[in-house]
Ligand binder design. Structure first.
Ligand code: OSB
Ligand code: MG
Length: 369
């Protein structure tokens, strides 16, 4: 892979509506767009770190530092045959999976384009369409949540995930069940609870949820295993899973029955695919999580979710659910049957509109081999 130029751009894009989780409210998404060039081919990736260390310890500033001072120099001094070699090349950099995944994603796009293949094809993913869901933030009132969910259902989404936090949990589930008895529904706590809150989750067993996502501490497996034993509803881990080895440990110890895969959280698509495979071998379904990506990051997620063991709908929503104007054309849309088309063109399969990227860029730097 003959990459001789890397460009990093910090972007700031206002969300169409604030997104509230147990760890805070986001109104503007800040991500790093990674561009790689070589042999007249351009690849694009998106680093999903955010402005503060709330979901994970990474921020745009830490990702920028690690990319600029370690990952980009390691890339320039290496002979990589495929993007699958990237992770071992940067293994001596501990942690910082989002920084790594942003650059790796650009290498995947570059490599796919150079071969004239789609990203999905390179991943070995065959689905032409995927079933998608929507992740709904905490709303000011329960009534507002019911209305919001109703709106998303009318737009075609067939699976809904709601964010919960202490004090805003059971009542939300109850209200949604009263209004939408058959709706495939799941909840995400983003690590806001302790094992002593088990009665809250036991009470949720009554409401036929698809899963409960990451109720306990962000790096815990042990206590989730204790909680899972007390529930009939499946637990799903997000924050706690950083590798295929973590996934194996969590499944074997009974800490969850389902895993949320985000390439950014696990250091890239190569590791994401390994987690997919480990879960498939063990009969555990996975689904694709999201980090409010622009179309650049979304394209990679959609390609990943076309793999066969993505058995549950992902947090992959239409561009307009997040942003007034996406950075790519065509933008991602959800059809009336709740599915999304997997791009078939070379690489990410959507075109990056560089004037739009420029308009949202607040910091930019170029590196040459
Ligand atoms: O926990 O899945 C999460 C967004 C930011 C940080 C963490 C999470 C989320 C989401 C959004 O749930 C999913 C999406 O991109 O639609
Ligand atoms: Mg989550």
């Amino acid at each position: 892979m003959n990459i001789d130029r890397v460009e990093l751009s910090v972007i700031r894009m206002p969300l169409v509506a604030p997104f509230e989780t147990s760890f805070g409210v986001e109104e503007v998404e800040e991500h790093i767009i990674v561009r790689v060039d070589g042999s007249s081919v351009t690849g694009w990736g998106e680093c999903v770190a955010s402005s503060g260390p709330w979901y994970s310890y990474e921020t745009n500033q830490t990702a920028w530092h690690v990319l600029r001072d370690y990952l980009v120099p390691l890339l320039f001094s290496a002979e990589l045959k495929t993007p699958r070699d990237f992770a071992s090349r940067v293994q001596r950099v501990r942690g910082h999976p989002m920084a790594k995944a942003g650059l790796e994603a650009a290498l995947w796009d570059w490599s796919a384009k150079e071969q004239g293949k789609s990203l999905a094809e390179l991943f070995g993913a065959r689905r032409e369409r995927i079933v998608v869901g929507v992740s709904v933030g905490i709303q000011p009132t329960t009534e507002a949540l019911v209305e919001r969910v109703g709106q998303y259902l009318s737009e075609g989404y067939t699976r809904v995930k709601i964010k919960i936090k202490p004090g805003r949990d059971l009542e939300l589930v109850r209200a949604l069940r009263e209004n939408f008895p058959q709706l495939p529904l799941q909840v995400d706590a983003n690590s806001a609870y302790a094992l002593s809150d088990a009665p809250i989750f036991r009470a949720m067993d009554e409401y036929n949820l698809l899963l409960i996502e990451q109720p306990l501490s962000n790096d815990d497996i042990f206590q989730h295993a204790k909680l899972q034993r007390e529930l009939t509803t499946s637990l799903c881990l997000d924050e706690s899973i950083h590798s295929a080895a973590d996934a194996e440990a969590a499944l074997e110890l009974g800490a969850c029955r389902i895993i949320n895969i985000k390439a950014g959280r696990v250091g890239g698509f190569a590791e994401a695919i390994r987690i997919h495979d480990v879960c498939a071998e063990r009969g555990a379904p996975v689904w694709c999580g999201g980090m409010l990506e622009s179309g650049i990051g979304r394209a990679g997620n959609v390609a990943l979710a076309a793999l066969p063991n993505f058995k549950l709908p992902g947090d992959l929503s239409a561009s307009r659910r997040y942003y007034r104007e996406d950075l790519v054309e065509p933008e991602f849309v959800v059809d009336a049957d709740g599915t999304m088309r997997v791009p078939r063109g070379a690489g990410i399969g959507v075109e990056v509109i560089e004037s739009r990227l420029q308009n949202v860029t607040v910091q930019r730097e170029e590196f040459r081999k």
